[in-house]
Write a protein that binds this ligand. Sequence first.
Ligand code: CP3
Length: 355
Amino acid sequence: MEGPTNTQRFSVSDKPFLRALKGEKVMPPPVWLMRQAGRYLPEYRATRGEAGGFLDLCYNPEMAVEVTLQPLRRYNFDAAILFSDILVVPDALGQKVSFTAGEGPRLPPIRDESGLKALSSAKLHDHLAPVYETVRGLKASIPEKTALIGFAGAPWTVATYMVEGSGSKDYAETKKMAYGQPKLFEAIIDLLVQNTGDYLISQIDAGAEAVQIFDSWAGILPEDQFARWCIKPAAQLTERIHRERPGIPVIGFPRGAGLLYERFVDETGVDGVSLDTTMPLAWAAKVLQPKCTVQGNLDPIMLITGGEAMDQAIDRILEILGNGPFIFNLGHGILPSTPPENVARLVERVRNFKA
Ligand code: CP3
């Protein structure tokens, strides 16, 4: 029998984050935080200042690798998440995205057939080549126990930005299209399912060991519409990744889905589900955790609050979810005003947890 080759020397099962996603109860639980690279870190602000625009940073592999590594150096998280943004996909399809200070993203909105026709998949991989380069750079530079997560926005959430042309309070334009012109909206979603799948497969081929699909606005739809625009695309993406790249786990994040989290898990086949801040822990432990690994769900504002209130909130999550396959995380991304020392305190507390 031949021994393992060098590249196989550390099998994936040595990484606590990947073991948890395979359904193992890992103690202490692995920990990483959504948006762990970002403006709360002075070193991020410095690199961001040198990059020019935010998207220039996303498309600069050397700088994107650097900002991905920054939080790992401070906190030794169990996973690194590729530094990029969910809106690079519409940008790659030809719907030009811009970010201006303090205003969030802007895109020329798609409101009819002509807007859809202007999009093209032809240059997807050329446009996103710098992102794949970032993944390869990370694969070569992260610590051996750290897992590398690739990601994309879920078709529904990405479509809201494409149709609204920005963030929104009520997503009325997107809902009106989904409810009133379902054929047109379905064509947008199908285009995103195809291209997001291609994009995630390429991230995996560049070295991503797991992928997370962010559906930040999943929680605003009625049940039947949620099934059609959130569950179905997530199921298609998960099925494709499992079929074409067996062994790569998929984490879904249907933020705000409430009771529909259960249907989401049942019908998508995800390996892990990320719980938003409002999800009741005992319910998640009883209903979701027997079906898949759960991740979450400290309130990002609790991370700003810090101190004993934060310690208690962390312990409660660990005590209730720590008895099954679990990954510690926030319920949504880190906020820019987060004190970096609170993140250190959080990681230390999770690492010192004993069942
Ligand atoms: O988690 C990580 O560290 C990886 C990087 C990451 C970013 N965005 C970097 C970013 C990830 C995973 C995202 C996902 C993302 N982007 C989502 C889904 C998750 C969520 O938070 O709900 C969404 C909806 C977006 C779209 C987006 N990107 C918005 C609405 C904004 C502006 C709001 C803001 O915080 O300024 C962004 C910008 C953005 N994406 C920043 C970062 C670090 C801040 C930009 C800057 O540095 O100026």
